[in-house]
Design a protein around this ligand. Structure first.
Ligand SMILES: [Zn+2]
Length: 402
C-alpha cells in the first residue's frame, strides 16, 4: 500500500468562494479559541481540545453549520503547533506562547475520512464537500481507480486561488519480472538529470531566471508606505510571480517524468540525502529550486521507480569498477585503469543502472558497445593500445589500457 498526493485547482463560483472563506474563518476562530485554552491551562492534549470543542458547540450553535470532522481536525492542527513549539524549546530555542492565527496566515482546512467525494458530472469533475457543495475541479491526471481517498486539504493560495490536495491509499503495483527497458538517472545541480543512455536535461533554474523581477518587486514593496493600497498591490504581484515560478517548475517536472515513464519500464534513481545537502549553503538554493523530490514522486506513480542506496556512484568507474575519487567541481570521469573518459554524471547514471539491475537479480546487461560513447571517450580509447594476452588453451583475452 502506498500513500499518494494529488493536487488540483478548484474553480469555485462567487457563492462557493464565500462559502470556502466562511469555512476557513470558522476553523481559524476555533483555532484561536483553542490557543486561548492553552494560554490559560498550559499544554493540552488533542483529546482534551476535542472535548473543549464539544462544549464550545453548546454555546456557539452556529458551529453546527460546519462539518464536525473538519472542526475536529483543527485540534490536530493546534496540537501539532504546540508540539513543534515544545520541541524547539527543548532544543534550546527561545520560544514564546503559541500565537493566535491571523487572517493572512491561516489558509487551509481539512476534511478527513468523511464528508467528501470526487464525482463526474457531464464533462466536468466536481469535488463534493459536505456542507459546502460541489465545486468544479480541473484534473490534469486521474486519481487511480483502485485508490481510496483518505483526506482532502483545501488551501487558499496567497494570491487568492483555491486548491485541493487529495491524499489516497493505492494498492502497490506488482513488480514486473521481465525488465526490458531499464534506465538509471543521476540528478544534479548543473544537469537536472543525466541518464544511462546519455540523455541530458539541463537544470532550468526557474527561480534564478526570475530572481530579477522578484527583486524588483521586493524593492518596490519596501519603498511603499506600510498599509497602503499600493503596497498591497505590489505584495500581490510578488506572490503572483512566486506562484508562476512554482507552476513552471511543476510543468517541467511533469513533462520530463512522463517522457521517462513512456520510454522505459523501470527507472532507477539514487536515494537522496536531501536534508544533509541543503545544510550546505552554496548548494542550498539550487537543490531547493530543482525539485528532485517532486520529480521522483511523479515517477513513482507514473512508472516503476526503484531507489537504490547512494554509495560511490560518482566515484566508481562504470567500466572496470576502479575507484576514481573526484571533487564536486570535476565534471569528467577519467579512469587510469581502463581508460574510460565520460561525463561524471553519465558515469554515475550507468552505475545507478547496474546497481539497480543487481538488486533485481539481472546481471548488468550493458555491453560497452551499446552505450552511447562520447567523442572524448573514443579519442581516449584510440590513444590507448589494445593489449592481448595469449592464454594457455589457445584463446586470447583483450583489454584496454595499462
Ligand atoms: Zn575504469
Amino acid at each position: 500500500m502506498q500513500t499518494r498526493n494529488f493536487k488540483f485547482r478548484l474553480y469555485p463560483n462567487s457563492y462557493q468562494i464565500k462559502k470556502l472563506q466562511e469555512n476557513l474563518d470558522a476553523c481559524r476562530w476555533v483555532y484561536n479559541k483553542m490557543v486561548e485554552v492553552i494560554h490559560k491551562n498550559g499544554s493540552t492534549s488533542r483529546n482534551d481540545l476535542n472535548y473543549f470543542l464539544t462544549e464550545l458547540k453548546q454555546s456557539e450553535h452556529w458551529l453546527y453549520n460546519y462539518h464536525s470532522k473538519m472542526l475536529q481536525m483543527v485540534s490536530t492542527q493546534v496540537a501539532g503547533s504546540q508540539k513543534s513549539l515544545m520541541e524547539l524549546h527543548k532544543n534550546g530555542y527561545k520560544t514564546g506562547n503559541l500565537r493566535f492565527a491571523k487572517y493572512d496566515d491561516y489558509h487551509t482546512f481539512t476534511y478527513n475520512q468523511s464528508g467528501f467525494g470526487i464525482i463526474k458530472y457531464g464533462n466536468s469533475d466536481l469535488l463534493h464537500l459536505l456542507k459546502i457543495g460541489s465545486i468544479e475541479i480541473r484534473k490534469h491526471r486521474n486519481v487511480p481507480e483502485n485508490a481510496m481517498i483518505k483526506q482532502i486539504i483545501v488551501t487558499k493560495s496567497r494570491s487568492g486561488k483555491w486548491y485541493c490536495s487529495v491524499t489516497c491509499d493505492i494498492d502497490a503495483v506488482p513488480p514486473k519480472t521481465n525488465i526490458t527497458k531499464p534506465v538509471g538517472i543521476d540528478v544534479g545541480i548543473k544537469n537536472f538529470a543525466y541518464d544511462s543512455d546519455g540523455f541530458v536535461t539541463p537544470n532550468p533554474l526557474n527561480l534564478q531566471k526570475m530572481l530579477k523581477p522578484l527583486a524588483r518587486v521586493q524593492r518596490k514593496i519596501s519603498r511603499r508606505q506600510p498599509g497602503s493600497n499600493n503596497r498591497k498591490k505590489s505584495v500581490k504581484w510578488y506572490q503572483l510571480i512566486h506562484e508562476r515560478i512554482k507552476n513552471r517548475r511543476k510543468d517541467f517536472l511533469h513533462k520530463l517524468s512522463t517522457q521517462y515513464a513512456r520510454k522505459y519500464d523501470i527507472v532507477f534513481v539514487e536515494k537522496l540525502q536531501k536534508m544533509n545537502m541543503v545544510k550546505n549553503h552554496r548548494f542550498a538554493r539550487g537543490i531547493l529550486d530543482s525539485g528532485w523530490g517532486t520529480f521522483t514522486n511523479m515517477l513513482y506513480y507514473k512508472t516503476i521507480l526503484a531507489e537504490i542506496p547512494a554509495r560511490n556512484t560518482t566515484v566508481t568507474c562504470s567500466c572496470c569498477g576502479n575507484s576514481v575519487p573526484k571533487s564536486p567541481t570535476v565534471r569528467i570521469h577519467r579512469c587510469d585503469i581502463c581508460g574510460l573518459v565520460l561525463d561524471r554524471d553519465h558515469n554515475a547514471a550507468i552505475n545507478i543502472l547496474s546497481k539497480g539491475l543487481g538488486i533485481f537479480g539481472v546481471k548488468s546487461s550493458l555491453p560497452q558497445e551499446l552505450r552511447e560513447v562520447t567523442p572524448v571517450e573514443i579519442s581516449q580509447r584510440s590513444r590507448k593500445q589494445e593489449k592481448t594476452i595469449e592464454l594457455s588453451d589457445g584463446s586470447s583475452l583483450s583489454f584496454f589500457g595499462i
